[in-house]
Design a protein around this ligand. Structure first.
Ligand code: PHE
Ligand code: CO
Length: 271
């Protein structure tokens, strides 16, 4: 998920990762030896439940790439995933203690390095967790990094993030991330499928986002997305749909400066 602009350790509910073991770029070593049998079991059960729901709901690119994550019955070593991922698109995953600030986050993406939280949720959080954990980050985000167009898009997003930071437009750009990378839908063979990591790693929202008559599903419109607030603690009332990753790449390629200027003067829209 997009990094929140908070001072780490100083907020009301401090992030639960151990930031003391992070390097200056916020990456750390995946403490694989520290996972307990219960941790591996949580991953295995999450994977099993989620994998069974994918057919007909997840986009084809995701379903095809998922086996490349490797082990399903335990938390994979990031090194094994990286061996395949580097070959496919030149991306790699790096361990982080949790959410990281904007600039280090964008810098990693701009260098084709995807930060993956290394700890896993507790059994009580099996169905719902607010912060990203290793299951969300790995299962939700990494399969699409095997797709060359998506992979290039996410690197451009990282570079665009550094630019947005200089322009004071991170909040607007983070809405784009939210409504595409995290909660995006995609049309394939005239059916709606999920492509966003927040949906693909969610036990309940995957079916809701694709099948429920409740939410609005709008074609991707960058101006509209950047004006729209988002909810982090409930299913999304609005989703945005693309026709393919090429559309996402092409729509985000132009210089965003005029867009940021325009949107800043327009009223925000509720989620
Ligand atoms: N084109 C955007 C800009 O000029 C950068 C960007 C690319 C943002 C891809 C998001 C995704 O700021
Ligand atoms: Co995420």
């Amino acid at each position: 998920m997009a990094a929140e602009p908070v001072v780490y350790g100083a907020s009301e509910r401090p992030p639960r990762g151990d930031y003391a073991r992070a390097r200056p770029d916020y990456t750390c070593t995946q403490h694989h030896f520290a996972y307990t049998a219960a941790d591996h079991d949580t991953y295995r059960r999450l994977y099993e439940r989620q994998e069974a729901m994918l057919p007909g709901l997840a986009c084809d690119e995701f379903i095809r790439a998922l086996p490349a994550l490797g082990a399903k019955d335990r938390i994979p070593h990031f090194d094994e995933v990286n061996h395949r991922l580097r070959q496919a698109t030149g991306w790699e995953v790096v361990a982080v203690p949790g959410l990281i600030p904007e600039v280090p986050f964008f810098t990693l993406l701009a260098n084709r390095r995807f930060p993956v939280t290394d700890w896993i949720r507790t059994p009580e959080e099996f169905d719902y967790i607010v912060e990203p954990d290793v299951f969300h980050d790995l299962f939700g985000h990494v399969p699409l990094l095997f797709n060359p167009i998506f992979a290039d898009h996410l690197q451009e997003y990282g570079k665009g993030g550094l630019k947005a930071h200089r322009l004071g437009a991170c909040e607007l750009l983070s809405r784009l991330y939210w409504y595409t990378i995290e909660f995006g839908l995609i049309r394939q063979a005239n059916e709606i499928r999920a492509s966003g990591a927040g949906i693909l790693s969610s036990g309940g929202e995957l079916r809701h986002s694709v099948c429920s008559p409740q939410p609005r599903r709008l074609p991707l419109d960058l101006e509209r997305v950047m004006r729209t607030r988002y909810k982090i603690d409930s299913y999304q009332p609005t989703y945005f749909v693309i026709d393919g990753f090429q559309e996402l790449f092409d729509k985000t390629a132009p210089d965003f400066r005029p867009l940021y200027q325009r949107v800043k003067d327009l009223p925000e829209l509720p989620a």
